[in-house]
Design a binder for this molecule. Sequence first.
Ligand code: RM4
Ligand code: RM4
Ligand code: MN
Ligand code: MN
Length: 427
Amino acid sequence: MRIDAEFIQSHNGKTLSDHRESFAYLSGKLDRKGVDVSGFIQKISKFQIAIPSWALGTGGTRFGRFPGGGEPRSLEEKVDDVGLLHALNRASGAISLHIPWDIPSDVDAIKAHAASHGLVFDAVNSNTFQDQPAQAHSYKFGSLCHTSHAVRQQAIDHNLEVIRHGEALGSKSLTVWLADGSSFPGQMNFRKALQRTLDSLKEIYAGMPEDWKLFVEYKPYEPYFYSTVIQDWGTSHLLASELGDRAFTLVDLGHHLPNTNIEQIVATLMMRGKLGGFHFNDSKFGDDDLTVGALKPYQLFLIFNELVEGMEDPRSTNPSPAWMIDASHNLKDPLEDLLQSVEAIQLAYAQALLIDRPRLEEARESNDPAKAQELLQDAHRTDVRPLIAEARLRAGAAIQPIEAFRALEVRKRLIEERGAKSISTGL
Ligand code: RM4
Ligand code: RM4
Ligand code: MN
Ligand code: MN
């Protein structure tokens, strides 16, 4: 199914006067503070967040899965789902594929299909954490770090193949997340495992086109229970630095131990020009599957504070990071969850843009923590929802995407189209 512009317009009609009133109030206030409201809205509109092809179906836990129905059965239908999101919010203009879950059978057709929804292909992701049916060697004991040369070579070849798929699709980056690790103390020689991982990554890096970037993700736990080869940002940064200028660290918010100061990691990586991309999600304990902003919106805002500082600094050498949501949805409708995720990210970004940076610097330089906190909280406590809604309105999207999604009974229609038991590839 597709959502036509007329529906969105007529749905917007219902809340338009309400919206206009709150927008006028907020923009008047910001105007008086000297904020360039139009420029601000343009920044919000430009900010596109990629949707992973594996987040469109219902996720599960190791204990079970409770699918909600109407899941996309093919890559084409996954593109359709992202198309629905983008029609509703005009902020989800890219899809990121996981290979081999989503290998296009006809590249030109899928590119044209994506383009018809206004979508492009973001980073491609390799998968050496699962064995595939026709595969010669198993990844049970790792992939790029494996003790056997043959297994490492197979994993390298897979990554090179993912790059070829990505090239055909118009992607410009490869994200490598490795499950590699060990479950028992003493099982793995840490030094050898890291060295082998670096050597394997060098071969993948050498196989990338000149205009591509390599993103190295880190994660301190899961699926192994004792150690992970790329456990933290420092290890990822070490690898990215060794690899070269086109290799970067990718921060997945859920890949940190509780209480880690993620905003400081962001600042450090940006100082080094090595923050390549971001995977958004939220977590209570140590997972990466809650809706971003559902639990710790202030932390998300503090992270965006660092991101904005880095992005707006003319001396920064950090390229514009690639933004993506990476979560799986167990209880909620995946599309509603993704709409909520995008909105939460936009809100944090908008609030961070509102921070009075010169005054914050002044407070910092004069060692005035109370003032610094006041300035941060002033931005965070501003209800910027009318600005985001206005950005959507101007882009032809829905003022209230989830309301529109429900009014149109999207899920019911998807179930009619695809069935209640359709299963999407992925986790
Ligand atoms: C749970 C819990 C239960 C067991 C299940 C399979 O974590 O420990 O006792 O029945 O796992
Ligand atoms: C991992 C990691 C990767 C994602 C897989 C499916 O935890 O976040 O980015 O590709 O999950
Ligand atoms: Mn991730
Ligand atoms: Mn993850």
